[in-house]
Ligand binder design. Sequence first.
Ligand SMILES: Nc1ncnc2c1ncn2[C@@H]1O[C@H](COP(=O)(O)OP(=O)(O)OP(=O)(O)O)[C@@H](O)[C@H]1O
Ligand SMILES: [Mg+2]
Length: 305
Amino acid sequence: MSVAPALSTENLTKQFRHGQCAVDGLTLNVEAGQVYGFLGRNGAGKTTTIRMLLDLVRPTSGAAYLFGVNPRQDRSVLRRVGALVEGAAFYPYLSGRANLELLRRMLPIGSRTIDSLLEQVGLSAYGSQRVGSYSTGMQQRLGIAAALLHDPDLVILDEPTNGLDPVGMVEIRQLVRALADREGRTVFLSSHLLGEVEQICDRVAIIDRGRLIREGTVAELLDTHTETVCIEVEDRQAALTALSGRWQIAPGAGDRKIHVVTIHSQIPILIQHLTAQQIPIYGVTRERQSLEDLFLTLVGKADDA
Ligand SMILES: Nc1ncnc2c1ncn2[C@@H]1O[C@H](COP(=O)(O)OP(=O)(O)OP(=O)(O)O)[C@@H](O)[C@H]1O
Ligand SMILES: [Mg+2]
Protein backbone atom coordinates (compact mmCIF):
# COMPACT_ATOMS: atom_id res chain seq x y z
CA MET A 1 0.00 0.00 0.00
CA SER A 2 1.41 3.36 -0.93
CA VAL A 3 1.46 6.08 1.72
CA ALA A 4 -0.11 9.39 0.73
CA PRO A 5 2.30 12.34 0.69
CA ALA A 6 2.05 14.68 3.69
CA LEU A 7 1.05 17.47 1.36
CA SER A 8 0.20 17.54 -2.31
CA THR A 9 -1.55 19.69 -4.87
CA GLU A 10 -3.03 18.80 -8.22
CA ASN A 11 -3.33 21.55 -10.81
CA LEU A 12 -4.11 23.91 -7.96
CA THR A 13 -5.29 27.23 -9.39
CA LYS A 14 -6.53 30.48 -7.91
CA GLN A 15 -7.81 33.28 -10.07
CA PHE A 16 -8.91 36.24 -7.99
CA ARG A 17 -11.70 38.29 -9.50
CA HIS A 18 -9.31 41.03 -10.51
CA GLY A 19 -5.74 40.64 -11.62
CA GLN A 20 -3.73 37.78 -13.02
CA CYS A 21 -3.79 34.18 -11.92
CA ALA A 22 -2.24 34.08 -8.40
CA VAL A 23 -1.64 30.30 -8.50
CA ASP A 24 -1.61 28.62 -11.88
CA GLY A 25 -1.90 24.85 -12.26
CA LEU A 26 0.44 23.99 -9.41
CA THR A 27 1.21 20.31 -8.85
CA LEU A 28 3.40 19.41 -5.88
CA ASN A 29 4.21 16.35 -3.77
CA VAL A 30 5.81 16.66 -0.36
CA GLU A 31 6.83 13.37 1.21
CA ALA A 32 6.56 12.96 4.98
CA GLY A 33 9.60 13.79 7.12
CA GLN A 34 11.06 16.42 4.81
CA VAL A 35 11.73 20.09 5.19
CA TYR A 36 10.32 21.38 1.92
CA GLY A 37 11.06 24.88 0.67
CA PHE A 38 8.52 26.84 -1.34
CA LEU A 39 10.49 29.58 -2.96
CA GLY A 40 9.29 32.60 -4.88
CA ARG A 41 9.67 36.34 -4.99
CA ASN A 42 7.06 38.78 -3.67
CA GLY A 43 3.67 38.16 -5.17
CA ALA A 44 4.66 34.76 -6.65
CA GLY A 45 1.66 33.06 -5.05
CA LYS A 46 3.16 31.47 -1.92
CA THR A 47 0.67 32.71 0.65
CA THR A 48 -2.30 32.07 -1.64
CA THR A 49 -1.14 28.46 -2.10
CA ILE A 50 -0.75 28.04 1.67
CA ARG A 51 -4.20 29.54 2.25
CA MET A 52 -5.70 27.02 -0.16
CA LEU A 53 -3.86 24.19 1.60
CA LEU A 54 -5.46 25.28 4.87
CA ASP A 55 -8.89 25.77 3.31
CA LEU A 56 -8.82 29.50 4.00
CA VAL A 57 -9.20 30.32 0.30
CA ARG A 58 -11.22 28.28 -2.18
CA PRO A 59 -9.33 27.09 -5.27
CA THR A 60 -10.74 28.19 -8.63
CA SER A 61 -9.84 24.72 -9.91
CA GLY A 62 -7.63 21.81 -8.95
CA ALA A 63 -7.20 20.60 -5.40
CA ALA A 64 -4.93 20.51 -2.36
CA TYR A 65 -4.48 17.40 -0.22
CA LEU A 66 -3.16 16.92 3.29
CA PHE A 67 -2.19 13.30 3.97
CA GLY A 68 -4.23 12.39 0.90
CA VAL A 69 -7.36 14.14 2.16
CA ASN A 70 -8.87 17.23 0.55
CA PRO A 71 -9.53 19.60 3.48
CA ARG A 72 -12.53 21.03 1.61
CA GLN A 73 -14.15 17.62 1.89
CA ASP A 74 -12.94 16.65 5.35
CA ARG A 75 -11.76 19.45 7.61
CA SER A 76 -10.77 17.03 10.37
CA VAL A 77 -7.47 16.49 8.56
CA LEU A 78 -6.50 20.04 9.56
CA ARG A 79 -6.00 18.70 13.11
CA ARG A 80 -2.83 17.09 11.84
CA VAL A 81 -1.54 20.43 10.59
CA GLY A 82 -0.07 23.41 12.43
CA ALA A 83 0.43 26.66 10.54
CA LEU A 84 1.89 30.13 10.80
CA VAL A 85 0.61 32.27 7.93
CA GLU A 86 1.99 35.77 7.31
CA GLY A 87 2.80 36.40 10.97
CA ALA A 88 0.57 35.35 13.82
CA ALA A 89 -1.72 37.81 15.62
CA PHE A 90 -1.61 37.79 19.43
CA TYR A 91 -3.12 39.90 22.18
CA PRO A 92 -0.33 42.41 22.84
CA TYR A 93 -1.39 43.17 26.43
CA LEU A 94 -1.29 39.50 27.45
CA SER A 95 1.85 37.50 28.11
CA GLY A 96 3.16 34.92 25.67
CA ARG A 97 2.07 32.20 28.06
CA ALA A 98 -1.45 33.64 28.44
CA ASN A 99 -1.82 33.87 24.66
CA LEU A 100 -0.87 30.22 24.26
CA GLU A 101 -3.22 29.23 27.13
CA LEU A 102 -6.08 31.00 25.34
CA LEU A 103 -5.35 29.22 22.08
CA ARG A 104 -5.09 25.90 23.87
CA ARG A 105 -8.53 26.29 25.38
CA MET A 106 -9.97 26.60 21.88
CA LEU A 107 -8.51 23.28 20.79
CA PRO A 108 -10.92 20.39 20.67
CA ILE A 109 -8.14 17.90 21.27
CA GLY A 110 -5.35 17.34 23.75
CA SER A 111 -2.27 19.46 23.44
CA ARG A 112 1.29 19.81 24.65
CA THR A 113 2.17 21.68 27.81
CA ILE A 114 2.80 25.40 27.43
CA ASP A 115 6.11 25.04 29.29
CA SER A 116 7.46 22.48 26.85
CA LEU A 117 6.43 24.67 23.91
CA LEU A 118 7.99 27.82 25.34
CA GLU A 119 11.17 25.89 25.96
CA GLN A 120 11.24 24.43 22.47
CA VAL A 121 11.02 27.85 20.83
CA GLY A 122 13.49 29.45 23.26
CA LEU A 123 10.97 31.64 25.08
CA SER A 124 11.05 30.05 28.55
CA ALA A 125 12.53 33.17 30.12
CA TYR A 126 9.97 35.44 28.45
CA GLY A 127 6.74 33.50 28.95
CA SER A 128 5.29 35.97 31.43
CA GLN A 129 6.31 39.06 29.47
CA ARG A 130 3.62 40.94 27.51
CA VAL A 131 3.63 40.04 23.81
CA GLY A 132 3.47 43.78 23.01
CA SER A 133 7.03 44.07 24.29
CA TYR A 134 8.32 41.09 22.26
CA SER A 135 10.77 41.63 19.43
CA THR A 136 9.73 40.49 15.94
CA GLY A 137 11.81 37.36 16.39
CA MET A 138 10.14 36.53 19.70
CA GLN A 139 6.69 37.02 18.17
CA GLN A 140 7.66 34.77 15.28
CA ARG A 141 8.81 32.11 17.76
CA LEU A 142 5.58 32.42 19.69
CA GLY A 143 3.77 31.94 16.37
CA ILE A 144 5.68 28.72 15.81
CA ALA A 145 4.83 27.61 19.37
CA ALA A 146 1.15 28.24 18.60
CA ALA A 147 1.45 26.19 15.42
CA LEU A 148 2.90 23.31 17.46
CA LEU A 149 0.28 23.39 20.25
CA HIS A 150 -1.67 20.38 19.07
CA ASP A 151 1.42 18.35 18.18
CA PRO A 152 0.87 18.42 14.38
CA ASP A 153 2.43 15.95 11.93
CA LEU A 154 2.75 18.67 9.30
CA VAL A 155 3.93 22.21 10.04
CA ILE A 156 3.29 24.91 7.44
CA LEU A 157 5.26 28.12 7.93
CA ASP A 158 4.79 31.15 5.69
CA GLU A 159 8.08 33.08 5.62
CA PRO A 160 9.08 32.12 9.19
CA THR A 161 12.20 34.29 9.22
CA ASN A 162 10.60 37.42 7.80
CA GLY A 163 11.74 40.55 9.62
CA LEU A 164 14.35 38.78 11.74
CA ASP A 165 17.96 39.79 12.25
CA PRO A 166 20.68 37.28 11.25
CA VAL A 167 20.89 35.80 14.76
CA GLY A 168 17.13 35.34 14.92
CA MET A 169 17.20 33.73 11.48
CA VAL A 170 19.78 31.16 12.55
CA GLU A 171 17.74 30.31 15.64
CA ILE A 172 14.55 29.81 13.65
CA ARG A 173 16.39 27.71 11.07
CA GLN A 174 17.75 25.41 13.77
CA LEU A 175 14.30 25.18 15.32
CA VAL A 176 12.69 24.31 11.99
CA ARG A 177 15.32 21.71 11.12
CA ALA A 178 14.84 20.06 14.53
CA LEU A 179 11.10 19.74 13.89
CA ALA A 180 11.94 17.27 11.13
CA ASP A 181 15.17 15.74 12.37
CA ARG A 182 14.34 15.23 16.05
CA GLU A 183 10.56 15.05 15.98
CA GLY A 184 9.85 13.49 12.61
CA ARG A 185 7.42 16.20 11.48
CA THR A 186 7.07 17.34 7.90
CA VAL A 187 7.75 21.04 7.38
CA PHE A 188 6.54 23.06 4.41
CA LEU A 189 8.00 26.53 4.52
CA SER A 190 7.78 29.43 2.12
CA SER A 191 10.55 31.91 1.63
CA HIS A 192 11.88 34.48 -0.77
CA LEU A 193 15.35 34.01 0.71
CA LEU A 194 17.28 31.66 -1.47
CA GLY A 195 20.21 31.12 0.87
CA GLU A 196 17.80 30.18 3.61
CA VAL A 197 16.10 27.49 1.59
CA GLU A 198 19.48 26.22 0.46
CA GLN A 199 20.56 25.87 4.08
CA ILE A 200 17.63 24.10 5.65
CA CYS A 201 15.49 22.39 3.03
CA ASP A 202 15.72 18.88 1.63
CA ARG A 203 13.70 19.72 -1.46
CA VAL A 204 12.66 22.96 -3.08
CA ALA A 205 9.93 24.11 -5.41
CA ILE A 206 10.47 27.43 -7.13
CA ILE A 207 7.38 29.30 -8.26
CA ASP A 208 7.00 32.44 -10.28
CA ARG A 209 3.73 34.16 -11.17
CA GLY A 210 1.84 31.23 -9.70
CA ARG A 211 3.57 28.62 -11.82
CA LEU A 212 6.05 25.93 -10.82
CA ILE A 213 9.29 26.59 -12.62
CA ARG A 214 11.59 24.08 -10.92
CA GLU A 215 11.37 21.27 -8.36
CA GLY A 216 14.01 19.00 -6.89
CA THR A 217 16.55 18.47 -4.16
CA VAL A 218 18.75 21.46 -3.38
CA ALA A 219 21.73 19.52 -4.78
CA GLU A 220 19.87 18.78 -8.03
CA LEU A 221 18.97 22.41 -8.45
CA LEU A 222 22.51 23.57 -7.78
CA ASP A 223 23.89 21.11 -10.30
CA THR A 224 21.81 22.45 -13.12
CA HIS A 225 23.92 25.56 -13.45
CA THR A 226 27.51 26.64 -13.12
CA GLU A 227 29.00 28.60 -10.29
CA THR A 228 32.35 30.25 -9.68
CA VAL A 229 34.65 29.01 -6.94
CA CYS A 230 37.53 31.12 -5.69
CA ILE A 231 40.58 29.11 -4.59
CA GLU A 232 43.41 30.64 -2.63
CA VAL A 233 46.79 29.15 -3.47
CA GLU A 234 50.44 30.03 -2.94
CA ASP A 235 51.55 29.86 -6.54
CA ARG A 236 48.82 30.87 -8.98
CA GLN A 237 50.80 29.83 -12.05
CA ALA A 238 51.39 26.33 -10.72
CA ALA A 239 47.70 25.98 -9.93
CA LEU A 240 46.72 27.19 -13.41
CA THR A 241 49.05 24.64 -14.97
CA ALA A 242 47.58 21.87 -12.82
CA LEU A 243 44.08 22.80 -13.92
CA SER A 244 44.72 23.53 -17.57
CA GLY A 245 42.70 21.61 -20.11
CA ARG A 246 40.11 20.11 -17.80
CA TRP A 247 38.79 23.09 -15.88
CA GLN A 248 37.36 26.39 -16.95
CA ILE A 249 39.22 29.32 -15.41
CA ALA A 250 37.46 32.67 -15.09
CA PRO A 251 39.48 35.84 -15.66
CA GLY A 252 40.42 38.14 -12.79
CA ALA A 253 41.72 37.19 -9.34
CA GLY A 254 45.00 38.31 -7.81
CA ASP A 255 48.41 36.67 -7.46
CA ARG A 256 47.24 34.06 -5.02
CA LYS A 257 43.71 33.37 -6.22
CA ILE A 258 42.09 31.58 -9.12
CA HIS A 259 38.44 31.53 -10.11
CA VAL A 260 37.17 28.23 -11.48
CA VAL A 261 33.80 27.88 -13.18
CA THR A 262 32.24 24.54 -12.36
CA ILE A 263 29.10 22.86 -11.04
CA HIS A 264 28.39 22.21 -7.39
CA SER A 265 29.07 18.48 -7.32
CA GLN A 266 32.49 19.00 -8.97
CA ILE A 267 33.86 21.23 -6.20
CA PRO A 268 35.30 18.35 -4.09
CA ILE A 269 36.78 16.78 -7.24
CA LEU A 270 38.42 20.09 -8.11
CA ILE A 271 39.99 20.32 -4.67
CA GLN A 272 41.15 16.71 -4.76
CA HIS A 273 42.67 17.31 -8.17
CA LEU A 274 44.69 20.29 -6.95
CA THR A 275 45.81 18.48 -3.81
CA ALA A 276 46.89 15.46 -5.84
CA GLN A 277 49.03 17.81 -7.95
CA GLN A 278 50.77 19.02 -4.76
CA ILE A 279 49.06 22.43 -4.86
CA PRO A 280 48.42 23.57 -1.27
CA ILE A 281 45.01 25.21 -0.82
CA TYR A 282 44.58 28.05 1.67
CA GLY A 283 40.93 28.78 1.12
CA VAL A 284 37.90 27.93 -1.00
CA THR A 285 34.91 30.24 -1.33
CA ARG A 286 31.86 30.09 -3.51
CA GLU A 287 31.75 33.41 -5.28
CA ARG A 288 28.03 34.10 -5.24
CA GLN A 289 24.82 32.96 -3.60
CA SER A 290 24.42 30.19 -6.09
CA LEU A 291 20.75 29.43 -5.62
CA GLU A 292 20.15 33.13 -6.04
CA ASP A 293 21.83 32.99 -9.41
CA LEU A 294 19.83 29.95 -10.32
CA PHE A 295 16.65 31.66 -9.29
CA LEU A 296 17.42 34.73 -11.33
CA THR A 297 18.26 32.60 -14.34
CA LEU A 298 15.04 30.63 -14.05
CA VAL A 299 12.85 33.65 -13.41
CA GLY A 300 14.61 35.49 -16.22
CA LYS A 301 13.70 32.64 -18.56
CA ALA A 302 10.11 32.78 -17.37
CA ASP A 303 10.08 36.51 -18.14
CA ASP A 304 11.20 35.81 -21.70
CA ALA A 305 8.49 33.21 -22.23
N1 LIG B 1 -7.45 38.45 -1.73
C1 LIG B 1 -6.86 38.78 -2.87
N2 LIG B 1 -7.54 39.42 -3.87
C2 LIG B 1 -6.94 39.72 -5.03
N3 LIG B 1 -5.66 39.43 -5.33
C3 LIG B 1 -4.93 38.81 -4.39
C4 LIG B 1 -5.48 38.45 -3.12
N4 LIG B 1 -4.52 37.82 -2.38
C5 LIG B 1 -3.41 37.80 -3.17
N5 LIG B 1 -3.65 38.39 -4.36
C6 LIG B 1 -2.68 38.53 -5.48
O1 LIG B 1 -2.21 37.24 -5.80
C7 LIG B 1 -0.81 37.28 -6.12
C8 LIG B 1 -0.06 36.33 -5.22
O2 LIG B 1 -0.08 36.85 -3.88
P1 LIG B 1 0.52 36.05 -2.65
O3 LIG B 1 0.22 36.83 -1.44
O4 LIG B 1 0.06 34.64 -2.72
O5 LIG B 1 2.08 36.11 -2.98
P2 LIG B 1 3.32 35.74 -2.05
O6 LIG B 1 4.19 34.84 -2.87
O7 LIG B 1 2.86 35.24 -0.75
O8 LIG B 1 4.05 37.14 -1.90
P3 LIG B 1 4.87 37.78 -0.67
O9 LIG B 1 6.30 37.27 -0.81
O10 LIG B 1 4.80 39.24 -0.92
O11 LIG B 1 4.22 37.37 0.62
C9 LIG B 1 -0.39 38.74 -6.00
O12 LIG B 1 -0.41 39.31 -7.26
C10 LIG B 1 -1.46 39.33 -5.10
O13 LIG B 1 -1.64 40.69 -5.39
MG1 LIG C 1 3.16 35.89 1.20
